[in-house]
Design a protein around this ligand. Sequence first.
Ligand code: CMX
Length: 140
Amino acid sequence: MNQQPHKIDHVGVAVKSLDDALPFYVENLHLTLEGIEEVESEKVKVAFLRIGESRIELLEPTSEDSPVAKFIEKRGEGIHHLALGVKQIDERIKELKEKGIRMLNEQAKTGAGGARIAFIHPKASSGVLYELCEKEKKGE
Ligand code: CMX
């Protein structure tokens, strides 16, 4: 069933500062920090914390015009998006567009960890920002 998302790949959480947020996750929740990476195209620095087959992705804005900076300004820190693990993302985007679903990305772009990603506008999905996320099998 290639059409069906196969897991929650990660939950994106907007934070003002990774340095301030990380100790809670690592020292109190005992999650494993897999790595920190800057995603220039999205104007964020991200930290991935493994939780079972999924991850929590902490997102710190790296500039004032970052989508995450705007989100924090408007709503405060908190859950920012849900990323669904999918196969054949190009097909998934094409199908959603054909069905008239408002996509924020008409084509997949490269996100953290080299994943191919595309966002669906939250107005198309009951106020939730969804990311489609396709990864190579290795290190998924
Ligand atoms: N979740 C749910 N709703 C959201 C949202 C979010 N994360 N961010 C904004 N919204 C809401 C706004 O509050 C607004 O709602 P109201 O009209 O009811 O107030 C609505 O979406 C549209 O807002 P907008 O003014 O048209 O657009 P914004 O400038 O706020 O941008 C969005 C919102 C989603 C289009 C923009 O943030 C975007 O393009 N996001 C995709 C890219 C991204 O988020 N990158 C960062 C993560 C990258 C990564 O994971 O690596």
